[in-house]
Design a protein around this ligand. Structure first.
Ligand SMILES: [Zn+2]
Ligand SMILES: [Zn+2]
Length: 194
């Protein structure tokens, strides 16, 4: 059973992602403006975003992620009241990952929180490609783009099956009563004049 060590940049928050096989997750590179805004909010664009403005993300069931140290340093923002929960380590502004609310069965773990820079391709398989490339900072070459039909089909079927299997629980990020472990700070990125 492969295990991926998780660690924020300063080492305060640590954990593991455990799965039956790396193939069970979905690795993509997301170019959407919200992922870019999250990196900007954390002041981590240089370390999180690649040359196209993409974020390397590995989607796994929430219950496959465990936090062993530094849980009190975990903080959360939402870019709008209906947006995703975007989790990070406030000790050093390392992004952790993105989830929906309590019933959401997956977390998109952001590469910055994975302590496997050298072995990431072997651990996770290569990225299935860039998605939401219309938001990219510079044009993404066609051969690097994910086929939106097949990637969407894969993500939706995975997420549905994880949901059916109840893999949204146990969760490190939501309590049993459905409340997030910390109150998300809601940013309104569409503030006038900015
Ligand atoms: Zn840290
Ligand atoms: Zn995104």
């Amino acid at each position: 059973m492969p295990e991926i060590d998780l660690k924020c940049a300063c080492g305060t928050v640590k954990g593991k992602a455990t799965a039956e096989s790396a193939k069970m997750g979905t690795r993509i590179t997301c170019c959407c403006d919200d992922c870019q805004a999250f990196a900007q909010f954390l002041g981590q664009e240089d370390s999180v975003l690649d040359q196209y403005g993409g974020t390397d993300i590995f989607q796994i069931p929430v219950s496959y992620l465990t936090i062993s140290e530094g849980k009190s340093e975990i903080a959360c923002i939402k870019l709008s009241s209906k947006g995703m929960y975007r989790w990070y380590a406030k000790c050093c502004n390392t992004p952790i990952g993105n989830t929906f609310g309590v019933g959401g069965p997956f977390i998109g773990v952001i590469h910055s929180f994975m302590d496997n820079t050298q072995t990431r391709d072997a651990d996770l398989g290569k990225s299935r490609g860039y998605v939401l490339t219309k938001y990219a900072k510079t044009p993404v070459p066609e051969n690097l783009k994910a086929s939106s039909l097949s990637i969407n089909f894969r993500m939706v079927t995975k997420i549905l099956s994880w949901k059916l299997k109840g893999l949204n629980k146990p969760s490190e990020l939501f309590n049993n009563d459905g409340q997030p472990i910390c109150e998300p700070h809601i940013l309104d990125k569409k503030v006038q004049g900015s």
